[in-house]
Write a protein that binds this ligand. Structure first.
Ligand code: DX5
Ligand code: ZN
Length: 215
């Protein structure tokens, strides 16, 4: 499968979101990556349902919604109604992760699980076949534009081995600090989906940068 690119809306221009949405619509990007932060699980607050609903009206590509919030089960249905196609919860925020994943799927969304940089991929051993996507954090979640953590490469290889060993179809998404210097190595290690915020939106030509990440 060719790899996917998901620009992160967190780095878009909120004063003119429509123009950045149209930019992604007409680019080679595959998904919109949508970061929801609650100021509790992570030390930042981003945006919520009104913004996601507005985004959904204009977006012509799937919404990949990454929840950096405590107790995400409480809101899964509301995120479905707001337009989420893929809903990702954090391993570190879910004491009953199996139930959270089944709940997301029963609502008709793809289920993602995100793991923080300190979390070993081995914690997903018993659940990997139920997960559509693992969002591997390559920065500590909370902010765009942070420095990529080098230890991620070996974690991707370990996760790829686990997925192959279990004969699962789970996609590996890399989130944080992805740029034009590291993306090839990430793909070589086994990444399927590249999230990119700062790299896309702070570039001179975001659409060309997305195309470059697709190559
Ligand atoms: C970080 C978010 C990321 C962020 C990535 O907590 O989950 O999705 O937007 O931004 P960059 O690509 O700028 O590191
Ligand atoms: Zn994210």
């Amino acid at each position: 499968m060719p790899h996917l690119v998901a620009p992160s809306v967190l780095s878009a221009n909120f004063a003119n979101l429509q123009s950045d949405i149209e930019l992604i619509n007409t680019s080679e990007a595959d998904w919109f990556h949508v970061d929801v932060m609650d100021g509790v699980f992570v030390p930042n607050i981003s945006f919520g349902f009104p913004v996601i609903k507005a985004l959904k009206k204009l977006a012509k590509k799937p919404l990949d919604v990454h929840l950096m919030i405590v107790d995400p089960d409480r809101y899964a249905q509301t995120f479905k109604e707001a337009g989420a196609d893929i809903l990702t919860v954090h391993y570190e925020a879910c004491p009953h992760l199996h139930r959270s994943v089944q709940n997301i799927k029963s609502l008709g969304m793809k289920a993602g699980v995100a793991i923080n940089p300190h979390t070993s991929v081995s914690v997903l051993e018993e659940l990997i076949h139920d997960i559509d996507l693992v969002c591997m954090m390559s920065v500590n979640p909370g902010f765009g534009g942070q420095k990529f953590i080098e230890n991620t490469y070996s974690k991707i290889s370990a996760l790829k081995q686990l997925i192959q060993r279990k004969n699962s179809k789970t996609l590996i998404e890399i989130d944080g600090g992805v740029d034009l210097n590291n993306y090839k190595k990430l793909l070589d290690c086994g990444a399927d989906v590249l999230v990119a915020g700062n790299t896309v939106f702070s570039s001179q030509n975001p659409s060309a940068t997305i195309s470059a990440l697709k190559k």
